[in-house]
Design a protein around this ligand. Structure first.
Ligand code: UDP
Ligand code: MG
Length: 312
């Protein structure tokens, strides 16, 4: 099989059928041996029902993987990759913001240049709120500054990968997944092409500012230990300053007989140090919490149903 399309869906009941027909129309006569894998990530609307209406079609190959609850897009991507059979696999959103025509462009590059393992589409112009766009750019600056892995600003999960790369991603079974980091960390030769994001067809984005913030923090923790080094540096600097101050106080008292007026200084320093210690503990706690969850070794997703029109 030439291509697998992996489509994570969470409450996309108005989009999935349109996506299916759009992809089918786009690939007709251009790619004939392909499959579409919809991963229903615990939708609470009629997404699954709408997906099952598509099973009346014989072509193309269709798989529907349905989770027992919402596990998040990262888990949906993993499940889709795990079920894929294509020599190449493309991850694409269900909301038609990423047009299937771009997949054909990606395919052309993979077909014509054997040295390329992956084609990733990046947004040249972000079509979102200026503040969110600014925060996202800032996030990329920070994470690129403190991590050994390269993160391309605007690059998404929308990418076409060869089987070898997919298998390597599947071998990485970490629980807290941050695909952008995993894609870069594993290496391989990636070609970036610009694409224009269309507006969402129906429904609204599943990413609230809080979810985005947590996802960003998770990414930093997964791909950098710089915050832990920061804790060490803070400890070192404050210890150094305390010793310097202690020496000054002793010299003032013994050599010049000056009594150091203390109350305000002590309170300010106490509060400052207390705050810093708690902040540093918080950073360590974030790593510890992630380790704790990872240690439990729970599955990345739980599959409740699986339909495959090639196994009927
Ligand atoms: N998605 C998912 N699980 C989630 C959140 C999102 O499978 O918990 C899917 C969603 O259905 C869509 C894709 O991930 O197909 C991208 O989500 P969305 O369009 O909300 O993100 P945005 O385009 O706004 O970044
Ligand atoms: Mg979207």
């Amino acid at each position: 099989m030439k291509l697998s399309l992996v489509v994570p869906c969470y409450n996309e009941m108005d989009n999935v059928q349109e996506f299916y027909h759009c992809a089918k129309a786009c690939f007709r006569g251009k790619i004939d041996d392909y499959e579409i894998i919809f991963v229903n990530d615990g939708s609470t609307d009629k997404t699954l029902e709408k997906l099952y209406t598509l099973t009346e079609h014989e072509e193309p190959a269709l798989q529907i993987v349905s989770f027992s609850r919402n596990f998040g897009k990262e888990s949906a991507i993993y499940a889709g990759l795990a079920h894929s059979r294509g020599d190449t696999v493309c991850i694409i959103d269900a909301d038609l913001q990423q047009r299937p025509e771009v997949v054909l462009e990606m395919m052309k590059i993979l077909d014509s240049r054997p040295e390329v393992d992956c084609v990733c589409a990046y947004q040249e112009k972000r079509r979102e709120n200026k503040l969110i766009s600014f925060v996202k750019s800032l996030f990329y600056k920070i994470i690129n500054g403190i991590s050994d892995v390269d993160f391309v600003n605007g690059a998404s999960d929308f990418r076409l990968m060869k089987r070898q790369m997919v298998n390597v991603i599947l071998s990485m079974t970490e629980y807290h997944r941050f695909s952008k980091g995993i894609f870069s960390w594993i290496g391989f030769n990636t070609e970036y092409i610009p694409y224009e994001v269309a507006s969402r067809k129906h429904g609204k984005t599943k990413w609230s500012p809080k979810k985005l913030f947590d996802y960003g923090v998770g990414g930093i923790i997964a791909f950098s230990t710089a915050p832990l080094k920061f804790v060490t540096v803070v400890g070192f600097v404050s210890a150094f300053l305390s010793i310097a101050y202690m020496i000054t106080v002793i010299v003032q008292k013994l050599c010049f007989g000056i009594d150091v007026p203390g109350y305000a200084t002590i309170i300010v320093l106490l509060l400052l140090m207390g705050g810093l210690i708690l902040f540093c503990l918080g950073i360590i706690g974030e790593y510890l919490a992630k380790m704790y969850v990872q240690l439990k070794n729970r599955p990345i997703y739980i599959e409740k149903e699986h339909f495959d029109n090639r196994n009927k």
